[in-house]
Design a binder for this molecule. Structure first.
Ligand code: ZN
Length: 573
């Protein structure tokens, strides 16, 4: 592959403390180097800004529930979302749940090069990796679901923390996973009995453990193993009025657990917008974003991502391992693009003794008070959190809306006028009354945008080879046509919608918004360190209970190496 030199652009690279400086980027054999000697392709980035490739920390793009979502939503495949086959690309469709191939193209066009699927059921890991193989260009990681797993709860109940850590290490290896995902800890197991949990100290049926013990146990195991990322938590009570108290309780549960050396954080709470609600019912529903931001300002060990809601002209497809929440949402219903339809269609799934899931189409309508307040809360979280290294931009794709809405969100973050236009002219007036959004003047700088979309996410994930453009980083670069001095709302949205160039491992994959190459991405896994001898005794326990817990043979459980032809394993450093 020819070396590459990018000249004359303004570089934003917050991890390397570079804030809009004219600087050359040199890439040789897919890696950023100090200087390329000899023959190289030159990109003239005059009038453009240069950032590392985007890193999405939380996006549901692959696996069984995503695929069920595709089948569930024929109405998501409107003609305007169809993408025609070209000499290089395959055809595909879909707005909120796009086809696998199209997912790769659309992310690449936005300048993203790494994505994390945050909810992989262990037993369905093979399907997730099969879809990863169908998503070109991007590097991908998947986080296995462990917060309602029978073995996990059994080890926690018996206080066998070394075995718990060994179990996690084994699961990461055989599912080719990246970290520990916890969804509504204990609540999804109770949902198998038609119930849920509503506090950190509720009981999980038949296991005699609590959500608090699950959180503490898995955080301890995560840090014992020295995994690159923290635990990745979808908290209990998601979507319910007043849940901000519970969210802060969740933060407090890990306050006293030391993070591994070299990482100051120990908990990432995902799509926090859905867990930042005040009030006590839908009538007095209000924002709790300020309280969350205040806690974050005092506690550097926590990171969150936004889970921003966007308003589309059709319903998005909500999907989560939080089965009981989807049941509640199915009954809330609300308005859809087919009119007012409470109790719209719903899928519920159960994955043996491991996890559950649910899917419901949902239309976020700016005229509906609750939806308008939700929209404002997501932006409040982003704008009130002072330290951008603690909060990242997501929509919890496709839950709050599809990832293709990111340019619109960047516009709202960088331009008060643009967000005020939506707040004051489109939204129910409750969005102004029940949140502080109209009084917030902050506008994100390009440096801050770079943190919340790549620098900060890569750091939080512990992926040290990306999110920056320092020597040794992978050659993933996004170049946008934008003059920082003339960046009004329209120009911002336009620039981030179609990258002038996206470069993956030193290869130009997008030019002027068109796909120019479709290389296979790398699957990124993590590896933990366990004490000698523990792995064998843990596996003896697991095998002795296997037949009571699983419908498949132990030897058929693991994902074969053939599913990850390009694999990168992040080991403890
Ligand atoms: Zn999610």
């Amino acid at each position: 592959m020819k070396s590459l030199i990018i000249k004359n652009g303004l570089v934003y690279d917050p991890l390397k403390k570079i804030d809009g400086e004219k600087k050359e980027i040199h890439i040789k054999e897919g890696v950023v180097v100090d200087k390329v000697n000899g023959d190289a392709k030159i990109i003239d980035a005059s009038g453009m800004i240069i950032m590392p490739g985007g890193v999405d920390i939380h996006t549901h793009i692959a696996g069984t529930k995503v695929n069920a979502g595709r089948q569930f939503r024929p109405d998501d495949k409107l003609e305007e979302y169809n993408e025609k086959k070209t000499k290089l690309t395959r055809s595909g469709t879909g707005w909120s749940v796009p086809s696998t191939w199209v997912t790769g193209y659309r992310y690449a066009r936005l300048g993203y090069t790494t994505v994390v699927e945050p909810a992989m059921p262990l037993l369905k890991a093979r399907h997730t990796h099969e879809e990863f193989l169908n998503i070109p260009i991007l590097d991908k990681a998947a986080i296995p679901l462990l917060g309602n797993n029978w073995f996990v709860m059994e080890f926690i109940k018996n206080k066998e923390y070394d075995k718990l850590a060994a179990y996690i290490a084994w699961i990461l290896k055989i599912t080719k996973g990246y970290g520990i995902k916890i969804v509504n800890p204990g609540g999804v197991e109770n949902w198998a009995w038609g119930k849920n949990v509503s506090s950190l100290d509720d009981n999980v049926f038949h296991f005699e453990v609590t959500p608090r013990e699950i959180l503490e146990g898995l955080t301890t195991a995560n840090e014992k193993l020295g995994l690159p990322h923290t635990i990745h938590v979808h908290a209990n009570n998601l979507g319910h009025p007043g849940n901000k108290e519970h969210t802060i309780e969740t933060f407090k549960a890990v306050e006293k657990i030391d993070a591994k050396k070299g990482r100051e954080t120990n908990l990432h709470l995902t799509h926090c917008q859905f867990n930042a609600y005040g009030g006590s019912n839908w009538g007095n529903f209000e924002s709790g974003a300020a309280d969350i931001a205040e806690y974050l300002a005092k506690h550097k060990n926590i990171t969150i991502d936004a889970g921003q809601v966007v308003f589309g002209k059709s319903a998005t497809t909500t999907m989560t391992a939080d089965g009981p929440w989807e049941f509640a949402l199915h009954h809330l219903g609300g308005t859809s693009n087919w009119g007012v339809r409470p109790g719209i269609k719903w899928i519920n799934g159960q994955v043996e003794g491991e996890s559950g899931s649910g899917i419901v189409p949902y239309f976020f309508n700016p005229k509906v008070a609750v939806n308008a307040v939700q929209w404002a809360i997501g932006l409040e979280l982003m704008l009130l959190t002072k330290n951008p290294w603690q909060i990242f931009m997501t929509t919890d794709h496709p839950n709050g809306g599809p990832f293709t809405s990111y340019p619109q969100i960047l516009r709202w973050l960088m331009d008060k006028k643009s967000r005020d236009d939506v707040l004051l002219n489109m939204c129910s007036k409750k969005a102004s009354e029940k949140t502080e959004l109209k009084d917030i003047d902050r506008e994100f700088t390009l440096n801050e945008i770079c943190i919340v979309t790549r620098g900060g996410t890569a750091k939080c994930l512990g992926m040290v080879d990306r999110g920056h453009l320092g020597v040794g980083a992978i050659g993933d670069v996004a170049i946008y046509k934008l003059d920082p001095d003339k960046a009004d709302g329209h120009a911002i949205e336009k620039a981030f919608s179609l990258a002038a160039y996206t470069i993956k491992d030193g290869q130009i994959v997008v030019k002027d918004g068109e796909i120019t190459a479709t290389p296979m991405g790398t699957t990124i896994c993590a590896e933990g360190k366990v004490k000698d001898g523990i792995m064998e005794s843990m596996l003896e326990d697991v095998k002795s209970h296997w037949r009571d817990h699983y419908s498949i043979n132990f030897n058929n459980y693991g994902v074969e190496d053939a599913y990850t032809p390009k694999l990168k394993v992040v080991s403890r450093v």
